[in-house]
Design a protein around this ligand. Structure first.
Ligand code: FUL
Length: 625
């Protein structure tokens, strides 16, 4: 007991960060994992992938375009956002820009009053879905392209997109520039020299940071936050280092769901990629430490083709099923070394389901190992590891062994320097880099309750935040599961106690009765829930008052969690929009966090000074016992 006390009291210091570090925006972005690409414009009507620039805007007439239906399809597949080609290389602007006449006001759709960007941005906002945009630097329509004059046009377009449509989570600056084009009738080959110099990406990036500091910039000649994964098939090379010189640069794998291309083409129905192939794409992008952008192209009616949607949905279910159950959760871990013998850096951090906590040995130890004992024997065939990338990317190679019939067997071989995975050679892959996450698909399922993780090479003492064991479902198994049985549940409030403003009324927000309220007479206002036990919390719900009054309904909130009720960590903040018109229960999720205390702050409320909560639920599960 004494040893244990001494162990947990000697607070070791966290390791110094190593190498290039991601910005907080890059970390948040990597946690999005995957999102949709939407190529939709004049090429949709011309059966082309690259318009020449002389296409008539009159071609654009998507009779049944429905941005919301498209966004809902993406969201229900488990995607976290979408990026729309506001302008492709043909120069046609799908919003009413003031920068060029070659735009949607010249199209018959909605009698020239349409705005595709706006419709997508609105639908995304409504469904709490991230919205981003692609604005091709190459413009085959503009007469001034290749000269000074084009830059004014282009900068104006960037400004419009970043100031008129709400938050943009990512903007793409494509590198393609083929030279030939219409260029206002000149029909010439235009050479721009170096893209970085011509577009002045240094200035562009600076400007975007001012307009939208949270926007992730793709490309821009390596001056942005993210770069191309290297193939339009969706895979990225492994090992993967998020670095270019001394700067953190992440990768994005990109590919269309349909073999025919990025835009919609007649007869593409028979060419959709299978759900199994999409899983390969996922494993070769997200599973190697990158993000995935998967394109679905609306057809000439402005709708997604049923065949594309069917494959997306089937893959979405496979992915949800794959990630639904982690057989290593709550496993007991004995590490070869723990930094300062401090539990905060102990082996159990690998299996606590908290993406922020991590296991770390002493400085200089680059080859630690950890023995993992599962709560019960399990059968799995995918291993997931994550590094705490806020401290930099460190691991170069790792090995995983499993004890089967009393014998240790290597199930993930450690990678050797110089080896590389390309394409989709996925099963039985070796353990090289980890970064944000790595998924290794074993040659065959393994059944055991005992594993050993060994870091075999690292640039500095490794900080590993998660070790998970997953099971790859077949398409059929994934279809059969209607509900995610391991999803977090509302935690029981039976033993909870409360603090904060008007503390004696807080229990009324957790009593299961919609007609009793926690009320405070001021805003901002907050309360604290002591859950009396360690939980992994991952979200909460808020039911606004149901008595027909709007006074005190929270319109802006923030949530913090804490282990000791003293040091707090922000986990969520945002807006509850539209409560006046539609006061229904609101759900908010955040990355799982270990917490004993939960603090809800109402930072803005409707009509008057006070704040109120009819009911609140905290979602999660008990932490490892
Ligand atoms: C490329 C473009 O040339 C393609 O048309 C497509 O937009 C793809 C995503 O990027 O560079």
């Amino acid at each position: 007991m004494l040893g244990c006390l001494v162990g947990s009291l000697s607070a070791a210091t966290a390791p110094e960060p190593y190498g290039p570090l991601p910005t907080k925006q890059q970390v948040n972005w990597l946690r999005m994992e995957w999102y949709a690409f939407v190529h939709f414009g004049l090429n949709t009507y011309t059966d082309r992938e690259w318009g020449y620039g002389d296409e008539s805007p009159s071609l654009f007439k998507p009779a049944n375009f429905n941005a919301e239906a498209i966004v809902k399809t993406f969201k229900s597949a488990g995607m976290n956002g979408m990026i729309y080609t506001a302008k492709h290389h043909d120069g046609f602007c799908t919003w009413p820009t003031k920068s060029t006449g070659h735009n949607i006001t010249k199209s018959p759709w909605k009698k020239g009053k349409g705005d595709v960007v706006k419709e997508f941005a609105r639908a995304c906002k409504k469904h709490d879905f991230a919205f981003g945009t692609y604005l091709s630097p190459w413009d085959r329509n503009c007469a001034e392209y290749g000269r000074e004059g084009y830059l004014k046009v282009y900068y104006k377009q960037i400004k419009e997109l970043l100031t008129k449509y709400g938050p943009i989570f990512e903007i793409w600056f494509d590198g393609a520039m083929g030279g030939d084009g219409y260029y206002g009738g000149a029909r010439q080959h235009r050479n721009i020299g170096t893209a970085d110099t011509y577009y002045n990406y240094e200035k562009v990036v600076k400007n975007i940071r001012k307009l939208q500091p949270d926007c992730i910039i793709w490309g821009a000649a390596g001056r942005g936050d993210v770069t191309w994964g290297g193939s339009e098939k969706g895979f990225v090379k492994y090992p993967l280092w998020n670095a270019q010189g001394n700067k953190w640069l992440s990768l994005e794998g990109d590919t269309p769901i349909n073999h025919r291309g990025w835009f919609w083409h007649p007869g593409q129905g028979g060419h959709v990629k299978s759900p199994e192939h999409l899983m390969d794409v996922y494993l070769a992008s997200v599973g190697r430490g990158a993000n995935l952008i998967l394109n679905l192209a609306p057809n000439r009616n402005g709708r997604l083709d049923a065949a594309d949607v069917a494959s997306l949905e089937a893959f979405g279910k496979m992915r949800t099923r794959l990630l639904a159950k982690d057989y290593a959760l709550k496993a007991k871990v004995k590490a070869s070394q723990v930094r300062g013998n401090d539990d905060r850096f102990g082996g159990n951090m690998l299996t606590d389901g908290d993406i922020e906590s991590y296991w770390c040995p002493e400085n200089g130890n680059t080859t630690p190992s950890a023995e993992i004992v599962l709560p019960e024997p399990a059968t799995f065939d995918v291993i997931r590891l994550r590094e705490q990338i806020r401290l930099g990317q460190r691991v170069e190679a790792f090995k995983v062994e499993a004890k089967v019939d009393g014998q240790w067997q290597t199930i993930v071989e450690p990678g050797n320097p110089g080896e590389e995975e390309t394409q989709f050679n996925l099963r039985g892959g070796k353990g090289h880099t980890i970064g944000n996450q790595v998924l290794r698909w074993l040659n065959e399922p393994v059944t055991t309750d005992r594993l050993r993780l060994t870091i075999t090479r690292a640039k500095a003492c490794p900080c590993i935040s998660e070790f998970s064991l997953l099971r790859m479902p077949s398409v059929e198994e994934a279809q059969a599961v209607e509900e995610d049985d391991s999803a977090d549940k509302a935690l029981s409030s039976k033993d909870w106690t409360y603090g904060g403003i008007d503390a004696e009324k807080v229990h009324l927000a957790f009593d299961g009765k919609a007609d009793t309220l926690w009320k405070s007479d001021r805003t901002p206002s907050h309360f604290v829930v002591n859950m009396k036990a360690e939980n992994i919390v991952s979200g909460f719900s808020y039911l606004p008052r149901q008595d027909g009054k709007t006074v005190g309904m929270t319109s802006r909130y923030s949530v913090q969690v804490s282990m000791d009720g003293k040091r707090w960590k922000n986990v969520a903040e945002g807006e509850f929009g539209n409560l006046r018109a539609n006061p229904v229960e609101q759900f908010v999720s955040f990355p799982p966090q270990k917490a004993r205390y939960f603090r809800f702050s109402s930072t803005a409320a409707l009509d008057g000074q006070g704040s109120s909560v009819a009911e609140m639920k905290i979602y999660g599960r008990p932490a490892a016992d």
